[in-house]
Design a protein. Structure first.
Length: 202
């Protein structure tokens, strides 16, 4: 391991850490509760990124909400990655690079994992740490329970497939609830992925 890089990881006392006044992330009390529950359950498993200030303190570049949660949970020391004495502009750029370089979830695969977790954990337990409400977890799980083979699948003259699914009134109500929670793009993605799996079985 690169010793210079490794040495940038430090344990820093909480009272030496200051929140970035320019932090652009919104406050969300519901997510903060989940973050605290995550830390209670797993400890601090994500480091905080900081930079050195002239007054011998460290400004949090990435992890301001984690710092708030750790303070509330009475942590006295935090594991940090120290960027050193970098400029304000460098700090802000790194904040955006590390916060916003995120990959979108595959909704079908996510639903499959949530369904597996639901078989192993109580939904109240899951909703206390996952970034979803109970109803969101139920809907993601129920999305996989549709009987996609209960409808008619036909191939059109344009080499496209049309799937007609027959729903009971109760199923239609559930489907409408799912559509309200997911945007149109996500619903379409889930349908396409499910149809692909169905076509593989034809």
């Amino acid at each position: 391991m690169n010793k210079t890089l490794f040495d940038k990881f430090m344990e820093i006392p909480v009272d030496k850490l200051v929140e970035a006044k320019w932090n652009y992330k919104k406050e969300d009390s519901r997510l903060m509760d989940k973050l605290k529950n995550n830390i209670k359950k797993n400890g601090q498993i994500e480091n905080i990124i900081v930079r050195e200030l002239e007054d011998d303190t460290y400004e949090v570049v990435n992890g301001n909400h984690r710092l708030m949660a750790l303070r509330d949970l009475l942590f006295t020391v935090v594991v940090c990655y120290n960027l050193g004495k970098i400029s304000d502009a460098q700090a802000k750029r790194i904040a955006i690079e590390t916060n916003e370089t995120k990959f979108l979830a595959d909704k079908v695969k996510l639903s499959e994992i949530i369904a597996l977790l639901s078989d192993n954990y109580n939904i109240n337990d899951l909703s206390s740490t996952l970034p979803y409400k109970k109803e969101d977890i139920e809907e993601l799980t129920n999305l996989l329970k549709w009987d996609w083979q209960s409808g008619d699948l036909v191939q059109s003259e344009f080499n496209e497939y049309v799937l007609t699914i027959y729903l009971t009134p109760e199923e239609l109500t559930s489907w409408n609830e799912i559509c309200k929670k997911l945007n149109n793009a996500d619903v379409l993605f889930c349908l396409k992925e499910s149809l692909k799996k169905l076509l593989m079985q034809v």
